[in-house]
Design a protein around this ligand. Structure first.
Ligand SMILES: Cc1cc2nc3c(=O)[nH]c(=O)nc-3n(C[C@H](O)[C@H](O)[C@H](O)COP(=O)(O)O)c2cc1C
Length: 379
């Protein structure tokens, strides 16, 4: 059986290049393009083809990649292509931002996740070797562990796992909750564990109401070498991603190598428009969706101010009350792609804006009726 497997894989590999090259243009944009496949998926599909797995075993999997109603060798080819494509994208990433954070009840983690979404940073959770129980942080009990630690500036709770390759990061967002007006002592453990002499540290915290100031001074006075300690920021536990993005925009940081200058191409008939994308998780998800291949959708005219069409999958929403104008590209209700050629006000998500175009030019290109647009990503 092993031999048969190897023969099959060899056949697939040869077949892939020929098949993919000749058939890829026939593929319609489909939900499965947003699906990430693993080597295990390839194995599952191979087992299914070899009748080692039954149909019901793969029923809930999106293995019919070319949408022909059956899972066969063609789907393995596409899956392999997709897998290699993803690996290439990952390997090319030169990440130099890190979000390191400690969060006992999840508030700081939410902000950390926003920063990761906005900057494409890597994420590292600072976890205590002996984790903090609910009793440990019961601050109304004067002798709880957290209170004892905060009362003694020399305590250094041990960290469960060290971070690999800290040398690769230039900018480190450092997040923590405020405990008794200060950073939890485990943050001091973290700061004393590595060499930050060539790194930029950007502190951020969550708290009931206390400011970040005392903790910032504590970090400055730790006696460790930090290349640059930027001014930090306190957030409430329910701060939105756009609030966090507005803060990050004010920081004078070197550009993250992973941040992409990706532009959106919009082909309408013979016209090719280019749009600058927003720095939010919705635009990033659109880039991912289009990374695999262009998407053609029909946009219908609505209310004399927009052309709107449906995407095949939902993108993350960053809705806020906005005043749109011509050229704005909007995500509405998570799955409606909208091009504005006139003004409107509503709560939705801005994806980007069409570059260098006048209102009249845009109106002429879009016309009065429905219009077919092909979206692709230019890097
Ligand atoms: C031991 C302890 C002490 C705290 N001290 C303060 C404080 O001095 N000022 C404040 O505004 N909030 C204080 N808080 C509230 C936390 O800062 C706040 O709930 C924070 O968002 C928790 O973050 P996390 O969910 O990431 O752990 C304290 C919480 C604990 C558990």
């Amino acid at each position: 059986m092993k031999k048969m497997f190897s023969v099959l894989i060899a056949a697939i590999t040869i077949f892939c290049s020929v098949f993919v090259a000749s058939n890829i243009n026939n593929i319609t944009a489909d939900e499965s393009y947003a699906t990430t496949y693993s080597v295990q998926d390839m194995v599952n599909l191979q087992k299914f083809i070899l009748s080692e797995l039954k149909g019901e075993d793969i029923l809930d999997k999106k293995y019919d990649l070319n949408n022909d109603g059956t899972c066969n060798i063609f789907d393995i080819c596409l899956m392999k292509w997709r897998l290699l494509n993803n690996q290439n994208i990952e390997n090319n990433d030169e990440v130099d931002y890190l979000v390191a954070y400690f969060s006992r009840t999840g508030n700081t983690e939410k902000i950390a996740n926003h920063i990761v979404n906005i900057t494409n940073a890597d994420k590292y959770e600072i976890e205590a070797k002996i984790s903090y129980t609910d009793e440990d942080i019961q601050y109304t009990n004067s002798s709880c562990r957290a209170n004892q630690e905060q009362n003694d500036k020399t305590v250094r709770p041990e960290i469960a796992q060290s971070i690999e390759n800290i040398d690769t990061y230039e900018v480190i967002f450092l997040g923590y909750p405020i405990w008794w007006g200060e950073e939890p002592r485990i943050i001091d453990t973290f700061l004393e564990s590595y060499d930050f002499s060539d790194k930029i540290i950007v502190p951020f915290c969550t708290s009931g109401s206390s400011s970040i100031k005392t903790s910032e001074n504590n970090i400055k006075n730790l006696g460790i070498s930090i290349d640059t300690q930027m001014s930090g920021r306190r957030f409430s536990s329910n701060a939105t991603e756009s609030e966090v993005a507005s803060w990050i925009e004010t920081l004078d940081l070197p550009t993250n190598k992973e941040e992409t200058e990706a532009k959106l191409n919009i082909k309408i008939g013979e016209n090719l428009l280019t749009a600058t994308l927003e720095d939010n998780s919705s635009a990033k998800a659109l880039i991912e969706l289009l990374d695999f291949e262009p998407l053609t959708i029909t946009l219908n005219d609505y209310a004399n101010f927009e052309k709107v069409g449906t995407l095949l999958e939902n993108l993350p929403r960053n809705d806020e009350q906005l005043d749109t104008d011509f050229g704005d590209i909007i995500l509405y209700q998570g799955n409606k792609f909208v091009i504005y050629y006139d003004k409107n006000s509503w709560s939705f998500t801005k994806l980007g804006h069409i570059d260098n175009i006048t209102k009249e030019e845009l109106k002429n290109i879009l016309g009065d009726d429905s219009v077919e647009v092909t979206l692709s990503i230019l890097k």
